[in-house]
Design a protein around this ligand. Structure first.
Ligand SMILES: C[S@@+](CC[C@H](N)C(=O)[O-])C[C@H]1O[C@@H](n2cnc3c(N)ncnc32)[C@H](O)[C@@H]1O
Length: 249
């Protein structure tokens, strides 16, 4: 998969994409991240990319022309069509489901805004989708782009050393992940649940599923409301609730 990022801070985006799983995915040629600076597509000697907002008020707006030229170069840089995403607090909220769909595309382009944002006419004509990483305002789209690169990059086939770990992550089946434990078995902070040491794979899978259901019920009940549970899952959740109530009394 190829991700093109249009940004005034290409070094920041490149550095974010160079580390950990995503950096490894790039080294393994599973993911290609390219950056494009709109200042390189200006024609004046100040390399101007912004101007004041019509109607007055504080803050600058990113100009149409440098972005239009940059996006034209981006579109022509590879044969695959680029699905252009503008990172914006006004966009649809990014979810794991959307991440999974984006990860299947051959190519996306991420447009990072700065200042008050981008001239609305460019957004209307050049952008396919607007995505937000949450209901708060960042000073630029670069951190949001880095979030998408990471979330999408780790889902590329072969990026994770154990592909199953993504399948077990929170949200991949609409539930939160179960708790995890490592060495030592006994510690001043507590002991590892016995079932995890039993070697009984069916019992371990059942326990993990019960914990996932229970954590989702405790922490993100709205996720459960969006999901139809089969009879076995309902029984496991009831069991978790009973144990939870008993432990609190
Ligand atoms: C200061 S913000 C502009 C906010 C804009 N005036 C508004 O209120 O909708 C500058 C840039 O940061 C990025 N940004 C800010 N918050 C974001 C969020 N929650 N998700 C994605 N991008 C965001 C966008 O690219 C935006 O153009």
């Amino acid at each position: 998969m190829r991700i093109d990022v249009v940004t005034l801070f290409p070094d920041f985006v490149r550095e974010c994409a160079a580390v950990g799983v995503v950096g490894r995915a790039q080294q393994r040629k599973l993911l290609q991240v390219e950056t494009w600076n709109p200042r390189d597509y200006t024609t004046d000697r100040h390399r101007t990319v912004d101007s004041s907002s019509y109607g007055g008020g504080p803050g600058m707006v990113m100009l149409i022309e440098p972005l239009r030229k940059t996006l034209e170069v981006v579109r022509n840089a590879a044969p695959e069509p680029a699905h252009v995403i503008y990172l914006s607090p006004q966009g649809a909220r990014l979810t794991q489901g959307r991440v999974e769909a984006l990860a299947k595309l051959p190519r996306i382009a991420l447009l990072c805004g700065r200042y008050e944002g981008v001239d609305e006419r460019l957004l209307a004509h050049e952008v396919d989708e607007e995505l937000s990483i949450g209901d708060y305002v960042l000073s630029g789209g670069e951190l949001a782009a880095a979030v998408i690169i990471d979330a999408v990059g780790r889902l590329q086939d072969g990026a994770l050393n154990d592909a199953q770990s993504a399948e077990q992550d929170s949200f991949s089946d609409g539930l939160l992940d179960c708790p995890h434990y490592a060495k030592p078995v006994h510690d001043a902070l507590g002991s590892v649940p016995e079932v995890l040491l039993s070697g009984d794979h069916a019992a371990i899978a059942r326990w993990r599923h019960k914990q996932s259901l229970g954590r989702t019920w405790l922490r993100r009940p709205e996720l459960l409301a969006q999901r139809a549970l089969d009879a076995e899952s309902r029984a496991l959740l009831d069991e978790f609730r009973r144990e939870y109530v008993t432990a609190r009394n």
